[in-house]
Each structure stands twice: as C-alpha cells, then as structure tokens.
Design a protein around this ligand. Structure first.
Ligand code: NAP
Length: 298
C-alpha cells in the first residue's frame, strides 16, 4: 500500500508519516513546498506522479486567532485545499482521509458532540474547516473526515509546549477553566489513521463518512495545564511556576471566539473500526520527556 501524506512537516503530518514508515508502508510525505494544496495543478501533479492507494490530508491553516484577519488564506488552505484534493482523488478513485476539528461546533450542547449534531462554527477557522468538509462531501464519496481536538505532539506549536515554555519563565500563569475539550496526542491520532488504513487495505471498502476522535478524558485547559506541570515537575524541568491560576473565558479575550464545550463523542469510531480511544496521559508524558531532552542538549 502506498500512502500520500500532505502537510507532512506539521505536528500531525510528522506523526502520521512516522507511523506509516514504522509499519513498512510505502510513504510519500509531502510538505507545503512539495505540494501546496491551494494550487489545483500542484495537487493533480502530485497525485498523478505518486499514484497512492490512499491520501491523508494533514495540511491545514491552524492559526485560530490570526484566521480572524487572514480569512482569505484560511479559506484557501482549509476549504480550497481539501476541495482540490477531493477532486483529484475522485478522478483516480483514491480515498481521502481528511482531518477536521471540534471547532465546527458552537459549544452550546451540554453533552459530547456526535457526528449527527448540526455544525455552527463560532470563528473563521471553524468556518473554513466546515467549508472544507462540505467541499469533500460534494466532490467524492470515498472519504473519511476525522474531527479531532486540542492536538499536541513533540513537534510544532501546541498548548503543551507553550505551557512548558511559560512555566519555566513565570511564577504565575492564568489559564482558562471554562472551556472543556479533548486533548489528543498526535501519536494516538496517527495510530487511529493507520488503523483505518489497515481496514481499507483488508476490505477495499469501509464505512466512509465523518468520525470523531478525541483523547480521553475530556478536561478544561486549566485542568490540562495542571497535569502538564505535575508531569513536568516530576520529570525535573526547571519550572519557576508555583501554581497556574484558573480564570474564565471573559478574563482572557482572544480574537477568535471559542466554544465552552467541544467534547467529542468517540462511540462511532470505536464501534466501526474497533478502536479503543486512548488516554492522552501517556502521550503527555512522552512529549514532556522529549522537551526535557531537547532542553538538556541546549
Ligand atoms: N492542532 C490542533 O489542535 C488541531 C485540532 C483539531 C484539528 N486539527 C487539524 O489537524 C490538521 C493538522 O494540524 P496540525 O496540528 O498538525 O497543524 P500544524 O502543525 O500547523 O501543521 C499544518 C501543516 O500544514 C501545512 N500547510 C499550511 N498551508 C499549506 C498549504 N497551502 N499546502 C500544504 N501544506 C500546508 C503547514 O506548513 P507550514 O509549516 O509550511 O506552514 C504545516 O506543516 C489540520 O487540518 C488542523 O486543522 C488540529
């Protein structure tokens, strides 16, 4: 099986490429320079040359607050990019796995969101991702849209690395405690993508459509920060921070509005692909340990 991965230099793209290579899968991992997904001709050429059995789109515009200003760019990457990929995949009868987000929801639901819940994004990033989903749906039948949340890994920018950096500089940090979501380790998500790929390889057909995958258990940003610092302290990181301070969303205004509840219901993916959703805890320990190692080398 040959897999083509776009956005392969991002935090998830790297994890997916590593997981595929580890399994001995023929992997074509393309960063933005090798395949800019906003350019249809680039996408068509890349797919024609590599002729993959499956495409995994990890490319995305992910700067949630900056997207409020850079609307055109956010839509070019998150709507037009998936649209070009879906078009090219459909022409060659290649299935597409695309990564979407919990930010397509408005957070008003009290319970976890499942795949049948109506979407209603609160910010430009969420709107651009929702538009990407809709383009894929229009252009191909053989797709998996995997909505995930609060992704963190050893590479790239994410909340864990921001907390570790700030925790080594400041004695106090204020963290929002009234937004709840699913921290998701990029390595676990990559394993899930490999699992779906393996199902496809065995059967050649799977239940296409939208799936949710969010690490367990759900927690607030503040609760997650507490866990990060606990693990960091045990790993011997030189923290200045004594305790994070819990604040409300109102006390931390951001350019993009965020949902209070964006917890994802994982039951469909568990049932369909026989997946047991992992706790994010082990992934967090691995990322903190990796951070510690890189600090030591400096
Ligand atoms: N991070 C999260 O918390 C989160 C949560 C839910 C869903 N997701 C989704 O998960 C996917 C992967 O996100 P991530 O966390 O890995 O983000 P990331 O680290 O920002 O990676 C995104 C990658 O996409 C690349 N890219 C941007 N524009 C591109 C273009 N026009 N053509 C090709 N590549 C392009 C970026 O390249 P450059 O480095 O050159 O900019 C970057 O390597 C995205 O679709 C995102 O929306 C992320």
């Amino acid at each position: 099986m040959r897999i083509l991965i776009t956005g392969a230099r991002g935090q998830l793209g790297r994890s997916v490429a590593a997981a595929a290579i580890e399994r001995g899968i023929d992997t074509v991992a393309l960063g933005r320079r090798q395949m800019d997904i906003t350019r249809a001709e680039n996408v068509n050429r890349g797919i024609e040359i590599s002729l993959p059995d499956l495409v995994v789109n990890c490319a995305g515009y992910t700067a949630v607050d900056r997207a409020e200003q850079e609307t055109t760019l956010a839509f070019a990457v998150n709507r037009d990019g998936p649209s070009h990929l879906a078009d090219a995949c459909s022409k060659k009868a290649i299935p597409l796995i695309h990564i979407s987000t919990d930010y397509v929801f408005d957070g008003r639901k009290q319970d976890p969101y499942d795949e049948t819940d109506p979407i209603c994004p609160l910010n430009v990033y969420g709107q651009s991702k929702a538009a990407g989903e809709s383009e894929i749906h229009k252009k191909t039948d053989r797709y998996i849209i995997l909505r995930t949340a609060w992704v963190f890994g050893a590479h790239g920018n994410n909340f864990v690395k921001t907390m570790l950096r700030l925790g080594c500089k400041h004695e106090t940090i204020r963290v929002v405690d009234d937004q709840i979501g699913n921290p998701t380790f990029s390595g676990s998500l990559a394993e899930v993508i490999m699992r779906i790929a393996a199902h496809y390889r065995r059967r050649n057909e799977i239940n296409w459509g939208i799936y949710h995958y969010g690490g367990q258990p759900p927690i607030s940003w503040y609760g997650f920060a507490q866990q990060i610092f606990q693990i960091a302290r045990r790993a011997g990181l030189p923290l200045k921070l004594t305790r994070p301070e819990a604040i409300s969303t109102d006390e931390y205004p951001t350019a993009a509005k965020r949902a209070a509840n964006s917890v994802l219901d994982n039951r469909k993916i568990e049932r369909t692909f026989d997946i047991r959703v992992e706790s994010w805890h082990a992934g967090l320990q691995a990322v903190v340990a990796h951070h510690r190692q890189t600090q030591k080398r400096r």
